[in-house]
Structure formats: C-alpha cells, structure tokens
Design a protein around this ligand. Structure first.
Ligand code: ATR
Length: 272
C-alpha cells in the first residue's frame, strides 16, 4: 500500500491525517497517511531515510518548508515562486519533486467564499513565510491592487521587489491601511503567539471581506475584531487547509478529491 505522511515539529495536532483519510475514502484510494515528527535540525537525514523505506510522498509543515525547498531535486514553478515547499513526491524515476500547494489552497477557498478576485483591492497582512507563499497566486488572480502591510516595513518592501513583475503590488505600514480595500487577508503569525495585530479601525467598512489564514474552533482574534468592528463577512483558514491538502493529493494520486464535505467534517470535529 502506498505510504504518505505529514512531516513537522511538533506534529501531533495535525489535521492532515484526518483530511487525507477522508480523501482516500472518498476517491477509493488504498493508501496510508501518518504524522511524523523529525528533529528540528534533522530534516534531510530523516526524510531521506523515510523515502528509502518506501514513502511515496509527504506534506511538509512548520518548521521544515524551507528545508524541503532545499531538499527537493526538482521544483514546480509555484514552489520556486513561493521559495518554500509544502509537498514532496517521489517520481517514477525515483527523484524527489517539491511543490507548494498553499497558494492554490487559499485561492480555491477564496473562490468558494467570494468568487472571482479579478479587479478587487486586496490587503495582505504580514510579510513572513506564510505571506510570501501566497503573493504570487494572489497576483495571478488579477486583483486591481495588492497591498502588503507589515509591522516591519522593510520585509514588505522585500516581497514587493520579489513579486512586482507579476502584477500591481506595493507595501505600507499596518497603521496606514484605510477603507479602500475589498478584501483583507491575515497572514501574520500573531494569533499563534496569542497576540493581536494592531490595526486601524479605518480599515473596516460594511462591504469588507476578511480572511484569516489561521483557523480555530471559535472566531480567530483577527476575525473577532473585524466582525465586531463591522466587516461584512469573515472566514478562517480551515477551507484553505483542506484545499491545499486536496492539491497535494491530486499531485500524488492524479485524482482531485472534493473538499466541501471534508471541510464540514473537520469543522464538526474541531468543535467537539
Ligand atoms: P510565518 O512563516 O508564519 O509567516 P514568520 O515568517 O515568522 O512566520 O512571519 C510572521 C509574520 O507575522 C511577520 O510578518 C510578522 O511581522 P514582522 O515582520 O514585523 O515580525 C507578523 N507578526 C507576528 N506577530 C505579529 C503581531 N503581533 N503584530 C503584527 N504582525 C505580527
């Protein structure tokens, strides 16, 4: 039976085994999928021996997405663009392909919630690894403008420099954000540290969509703030998690599972 895994540290709370088990059942694929923790500085050795032992592919999560990028023998264009890898696949000739499905996952979930992003004015909060992984796919969706707002302005400018050939993108401080946006996406890691992102109330208006790439069994701190301040609708990143997993599954198995029912099951599972 083909063997897959998610690799991270820590990894015990990962939802990926649950998601992929539902995908496998839905598509009648016979495979195993487990969560494997590798030591923080032992990614390359650990993953090599897993592939030697017969692993067919894996998802890669915090803190190894950069290590996976360096490890892959071959990179997909979107992994190259993101500068990070969240999916590895052993190809038929035994070489390791690195892909990044995070951006496609976000775009698929935004499409489900909002529809076409073409012509929208989008603000992206954060300029770390999570933000960098989605700037390329967001620009490829032809927004009217993408503003990258970050606490540390230089990091936002570095992303603008990296991606400006792909579309209209600029940078600003979080405090400079105003009511000119249709969609705000939170790609900061603030809520992981139990912190709030300090944002101006002026950002919020009654037609504003807000999307937090984090997810939670209750409203995330960013979504709670946005909702209480009067935003139109708020969404968390649970759908993105499932959609990026579906992209990885498609890369490995050549079959694209449906996400709607899996999102429903996962949400129900989270609230238990
Ligand atoms: P990740 O891979 O999750 O993106 P990262 O690369 O460490 O993690 O980046 C974290 C991002 O969240 C950064 O943009 C960071 O802002 P700085 O560049 O100014 O550090 C942002 N961030 C984290 N905590 C924050 C907070 N409390 N308020 C605003 N931004 C925050």
């Amino acid at each position: 039976m083909d063997r897959y895994a998610v690799i991270g540290n820590p990894i015990s709370h990962s939802k990926s085994p649950f998601i992929h088990m539902l995908f496998a059942r839905q598509t009648q694929q016979h495979l195993t999928y487990e969560a494997i923790e590798l030591p923080e500085n032992g990614f390359a050795d650990g993953i090599s021996s897993l592939f030697e032992q017969g692993l067919s592919g894996c998802n890669v999560t915090v803190p190894f997405k950069q290590d996976a990028f360096n490890y892959a023998y071959q990179l997909s264009p979107r992994a190259e663009l993101a500068g990070a890898v969240n999916t590895l696949k052993k190809t038929d000739d035994g070489l390791i392909l690195g892909d990044n499905t995070d951006g496609a996952g976000l775009l698929a979930d935004l499409k489900n919630h909002i529809g076409d992003l073409a012509g929208l004015r989008i603000a992206l909060l954060g300029a770390g690894g999570a933000a960098r992984g989605v700037v390329g796919p967001l620009l490829e969706a032809n927004p009217a403008h993408l503003m990258i707002a970050n606490r540390t302005l230089e990091k936002a400018y570095a992303l603008v420099e990296r991606f400006s050939a792909l579309g209209p993108v600029s940078a600003c401080q979080l405090s400079e954000l105003d009511d000119s946006f249709d969609l705000v996406i939170n790609a900061t890691s603030a809520s992981l540290a139990g912190e709030n992102v300090d944002l101006p109330e002026a950002l919020i208006h009654s037609n504003l969509y807000c999307y937090d790439m984090m997810y939670s069994n209750k409203l995330t701190p960013f979504n709670r703030w946005a909702k209480e301040s009067g935003a139109y609708r708020v969404f968390d990143g649970l759908g993105m998690l499932v959609a990026q997993a579906a992209e990885s599954f498609a890369l490995w198995r050549g079959l694209r599972p449906g996400t709607r029912q899996v999102i429903f099951e996962l949400r129900r599972n989270l609230s238990c």
